[in-house]
Write a protein that binds this ligand. Structure first.
Ligand code: CTP
Length: 500
């Protein structure tokens, strides 16, 4: 668990904030309608911590929807979105989302998210919120304007960095089991400590997460992954018993087996180290997902080979093939982002594998061709994957990594294969041999591509043309008269000498 730290909570931060037009309008409407209104929840928490916040929640002791409509009118705020079933309404004020709800006593039936709603007081509303730090309210009413209403010592918990439920944790978690995951999310994002009774209740109730939708789970999980040090969250997810409920493949990574005195590293903790390393270099959620999944198939490919030790042959390929299934189950996007993660998992060994031999231009060109525009992301993942405890080994790998980086730069400048465009199109081939679309065109293009990637010819039309003619002849094609020379000029000198 993260070390408990003191946090600066500054009530001075409240001064001035309440002068903004939204809160002044809310105060006027509250007085006119004879109801009480409060700013509440994450907005108040973030205000006290000095964190930026783009959502403002306002709760009224009365009809939240009517209140929202009156405030919107007062501010000329445009369209109010009403969610009748939930008794909530919201509108946008610039880029700030303002949400209104009537205070309520609420209890969720045990196995669904369908709430039974009964109107209540601000106190009722505060006690049915998830954590004391999220149950703070500021009065928007003339009589006690800007007073902080804090019945559960939320400010104290903010200062001490403690996540604690306002009611007995079993009650709070049974109202909405997602809150168990939220506790870990806040602990990770804020560097807070989960109070022991609250954490024990999570362990006790972990299986209740099963009634929560995959979408709600991945929304919280992604926030953990995007935190500064995501491993904090994953360790808590493991210890709490939540991780196994929705990500059993990750649990499989745990443990370091030993045979004949030879062990292998614990791939769960290695994965977390790689994730933290990537997080230091990149805020890209999907590259962080690639870090989480890069070794996911190690348990499935693990073998002990006598005389050699532990091997995980093909784990990058099998791992890439596991990505769609995991994304589908977690209801993560199945398009471009998933394809990116899959590609990263598949290629993650390639840059370092390069250094096992002498780094040839042709191997680097093939890596650039396969990674395309994702080469920089792949190199971040590859560097992050160097986690050996053996300092000498680590140093050697890092030095090799630098060699590959240099070569990549050099080859890219020279050959520009990152976004490879074939210098000879299918159209060119059809015209040159006067043929219709057929498999032979693809075969010729492949030979040309390989010749370029192997450094046998330059990446241009003039160099590729003779290769096309030669390959066409091998396939029994006859060149159209006048097409023996390429339509544009250029050099076709051999570049095999570039190999180092
Ligand atoms: N809340 C809750 N139980 C939940 C979700 C939300 O009690 N399962 C309450 C909390 O008071 C929370 C507020 O609703 O502060 C707003 O929720 P949300 O916008 O999801 O979270 P924030 O606390 O605002 O944090 P963030 O903006 O980082 O998501």
């Amino acid at each position: 668990m993260p070390a408990q730290t003191e946090h600066t909570v500054d009530p001075e931060r409240l001064i001035g904030v309440l002068d903004q037009p939204l809160f002044q309008a809310a105060e006027r409407v509250a007085a006119r309608m004879g109801v009480k209104a409060y700013a509440i929840g994450g907005y108040v928490r973030d205000l006290l911590l000095g964190r930026p916040c783009k959502d403002i929640d306002i709760v009224t002791e009365g009809d939240g929807i009517a209140f929202a409509e009156a405030v919107a009118k007062e501010l000329d705020a445009g369209h109010v979105h009403v969610f009748k079933n939930f008794g909530t309404a919201m509108f946008m004020l610039g880029d700030v989302q303002v949400e209104f709800v009537g205070a309520r006593k609420e209890s969720y039936s045990r196995n669904s998210r369908k709430p039974e709603v009964v109107p209540g007081t601000i106190r009722d509303d505060q006690e049915r919120r998830d954590f004391t730090i999220n149950a703070l309210a500021i009065s928007l009413n003339a009589e006690d304007r800007s007073a902080l209403i804090d019945p559960f010592n939320g400010v104290h918990d903010l200062e001490r960095g403690i996540i604690r439920t306002p009611l007995a944790p079993d009650v709070t978690f049974s109202d909405d089991p997602l809150r168990m995951l939220r506790a870990i999310r806040f602990a990770t994002q804020l560097g807070f400590f989960i109070d022991a009774p609250t954490f024990k209740a999570i362990q006790r109730n972990a299986e209740r997460l099963d009634i929560i939708s995959a979408e709600r789970i991945h929304t919280e999980l992604n926030k953990i992954i995007l935190a500064k040090v995501p491993s904090i969250g994953f360790k808590l997810l493991l210890d709490s018993g939540l991780l196994v409920r929705f990500f059993p493949e990750m649990i499989e990574l745990l443990g370091a087996e030993e045979k004949h005195g030879i062990g292998h590293k614990d791939n769960f903790y290695h994965t977390l180290q790689v994730l933290d390393n990537v997080a230091e270099k990149s805020d890209d959620l999907w590259l962080r997902w690639a870090a989480i999944l890069h070794d996911i198939a190690k348990p499935k490919t693990k073998r002990f080979e006598p005389g050699h030790g532990w091997t995980f042959h093909g784990h990058e390929d099998k791992g890439a093939r596991m990505v769609p299934g995991i994304f589908r189950r977690m209801k993560l996007p199945l398009d471009e982002q998933m394809r990116f993660v899959k590609k990263m998992v598949l290629l993650h060994l390639r840059p370092i594998a390069l250094t096992k031999d002498i780094v040839t231009d042709s191997a680097v060109r093939r890596l650039l061709f396969d990674a395309g525009d994702d080469i920089d992301a792949l190199m971040i993942l590859c560097q992050a994957d160097i986690t050996s405890k053996n300092e000498a080994k680590k140093k050697r790998y890092l030095a090799n990594y630098e060699v590959v980086m240099e070569k990549l730069k050099e080859v890219e400048e020279k050959d520009r294969v990152r976004n490879f465009q074939p210098p000879i199109t299918g159209e060119d081939i059809m015209q040159a041999f006067n043929i219709k679309p057929c498999k032979k065109i693809g075969d010729i293009k492949t030979v040309i591509k390989d010749a370029i990637l192997d450094g046998k010819i330059h990446n241009d039309k003039a160099a590729a043309w003779p290769v096309m003619l030669e390959e066409g002849a091998k396939l029994g094609l006859t060149v159209v008269e006048g097409m023996e020379v390429p339509p544009i000029s250029g050099s076709s000198e051999e570049v095999g000498s570039q190999e180092s």
